[in-house]
Design a protein around this ligand. Structure first.
Ligand SMILES: Cc1cc2nc3c(=O)[nH]c(=O)nc-3n(C[C@H](O)[C@H](O)[C@H](O)COP(=O)(O)OP(=O)(O)OC[C@H]3O[C@@H](n4cnc5c(N)ncnc54)[C@H](O)[C@@H]3O)c2cc1C
Length: 462
């Protein structure tokens, strides 16, 4: 990058916040998965919100790409600076203020989702969206990806919990979308448009989020199944029979095996995997709901049902689900993220369909997921240096996405598009007659970002 521009940036944000040495920049070449990479010209560690506007004014003036970054836990290549330019590290913006009277938490975007949740807990409240990456995922990254998580079965995704955002537009203008009220009909829903836009339309610097009172009691139940058919039936019936679980998660045999290996656990490694359920409510009402879940698991032939009683036992069984997600990355050098969602009634077909694809291509797939909202992560592990193995893995990934489309589902439930899902996104739009919507998306991108400097080369937007 031209020295004149670097000097101008240094005057705006302080030279100490600009990183240009090669070793430090390496860390910012990709996110959680390295299959998509790019080399930035420089990194800026932002320490005050006002700096974002100053940086964008300069970037706009010289048409420099800007990739906004939280913790870089994206699994789709969304933070790879494939066109070079500036990587804006927003983790320094981490102030959190809970406002119990209004039922709101105000958070700067670098605060992690877990920090926000923990801050709310001090007041007897919590922040419902809980991506499994909550320890690192920032509020900005979670909003930009419209992240979901374990509690999505009950509480949905980030978009359901955000009331208002402070944004910086591509030319450096600061403005606000939404209001810090629980209801607001003033204007088009531009707030909803920014959520899930993966840093391609505007940079979010602060958010006003809704919070909920903590449940009095949570009961956790894990069922282990001999067949995917039975596990799928249990998941379907729990929802169909009117139980509204706090979480309804799944981890397949490969995922459970990996967790046992990594953590030294000995949970049952059965072909139908594990269905993990949390139910919550008032102290004296939860047990009867838990009994209904256990009855459904018995009726769907669970081989073993565990109801952990202590917080540490509960945590251990939750770890199975957490580790299962990362299993392919722990066991293989290469990882391909799967993030499909299907209608609730088709979850069983999705589980069985993925298993068939696994066998057809003879690849390692650990399928975990937020099954309660129809979302599965069939994650693939393979060696990118083994050309033949990697090709099989890519073919399996593509077929899984096509299966989701065929079942009336989507290729991206919560992890977004980034670079990884660009082709299958277009495929989905074509099959569903949504190409006119895609055209509108491209027009919207031009309005928000006429110079194409905000996270360019992503989201199939060029
Ligand atoms: C082990 C593991 C488990 C995961 N589990 C889940 C899960 O359960 N649910 C789920 O939904 N996701 C999950 N993810 C994916 C990922 O963690 C989430 O998408 C997370 O919300 C990203 O947050 P981040 O701060 O790391 O964002 P980053 O990866 O840094 O950025 C993600 C995207 O957001 C943009 N962005 C970041 N900050 C801003 C901002 N302030 N303004 C505008 N754009 C911005 C970036 O440009 C990029 O496009 C998981 C990932 C891993 C590695």
């Amino acid at each position: 990058m031209d020295k004149k521009i670097v000097d101008e940036l240094a005057r705006a944000v302080g030279r100490e916040n600009i990183i240009m040495d090669e070793a430090s920049m390496k860390i910012f070449e990709y996110g959680a998965v390295d299959s998509h990479k790019g080399t930035p010209d420089l990194i800026i560690h932002v320490t005050e919100r006002e700096q974002v506007s100053k940086i964008l004014k300069i970037a706009y003036n010289y048409s420099i790409p800007v990739v906004t970054r939280g913790s870089g836990s994206s699994v789709t290549g969304a933070v790879a600076p494939t066109k070079g330019g500036i990587v804006l590290d927003l983790r320094g913006l981490d102030k959190i203020k809970v406002n119990i009277d209004d039922g709101i938490v105000e958070a700067e975007v670098g605060a992690t989702v877990l920090d926000v949740d923990n801050e709310c807990k001090k007041y007897g409240f919590f922040f419902p969206p809980d991506p499994a990456s909550a320890r690192v995922a920032t509020i900005g990254g979670a909003l930009a990806e419209n992240a979901g998580g374990m509690r999505g079965a009950r509480y949905g995704v980030m978009r359901d919990w955000v009331l208002k955002i402070e944004v910086v537009l591509s030319d450096g203008t600061v403005t606000y979308f939404g209001e810090s009220t629980y209801k607001n009909r003033a204007g088009y829903d531009l707030l909803g448009l920014i959520v899930g836009s993966e840093g391609t339309l505007a940079i979010i610097t602060k958010a006003w989020l809704k919070i909920m009172p903590l449940p009095e009691k949570i009961v956790r139940i894990a069922g282990f199944f001999n067949t995917l058919d039975d596990a799928g039936e249990a998941i379907f019936r729990i929802r169909r029979e009117g139980i509204n679980p706090l979480i309804l998660e799944f981890a397949d045999k490969e995922g459970v095996e990996a967790a046992n290996k990594v953590k030294g656990f000995s949970y049952p490694e059965l072909p139908g995997g594990m269905v993990l359920v949390d139910v919550d409510g008032p102290k004296n009402g939860v047990d009867s709901i838990a009994d209904r879940v256990i009855k459904i698991m018995q009726e769907t032939h669970a081989a073993q049902i565990i109801r952990p009683e202590t917080p540490s036992e509960m945590e251990r069984i939750m770890d199975v689900r957490r580790v299962a997600f990362t299993a392919p990355g722990r066991l293989y050098p290469g990882f391909i993220d799967g993030d499909i969602a299907v209608p609730l009634s088709r979850i069983k077909e999705a589980l069985i369909g993925v298993d068939k694809i696994r066998k057809k291509y003879n690849v390692f797939i650990a399928t975990v997921g937020h099954a309660g909202d129809g979302n599965l992560h069939p994650n693939i592990g393979a060696d990118p240096n083994n050309k033949e193995e990697w090709e099989r893995a890519e073919k399996a990934a593509e077929e899984i996405n096509l299966l989701a489309i065929e079942l009336g589902g989507t290729v991206s439930a919560e992890h977004g598009i980034g670079k990884l899902k660009e082709d299958v996104l277009i495929k989905q739009f074509q099959v569903r007659g949504q190409m006119p919507m895609y055209k509108l998306m491209k027009e919207i991108k031009k309005i928000f970002d006429p110079k194409n400097i905000l996270n360019p080369d992503k989201y199939a937007l060029g």
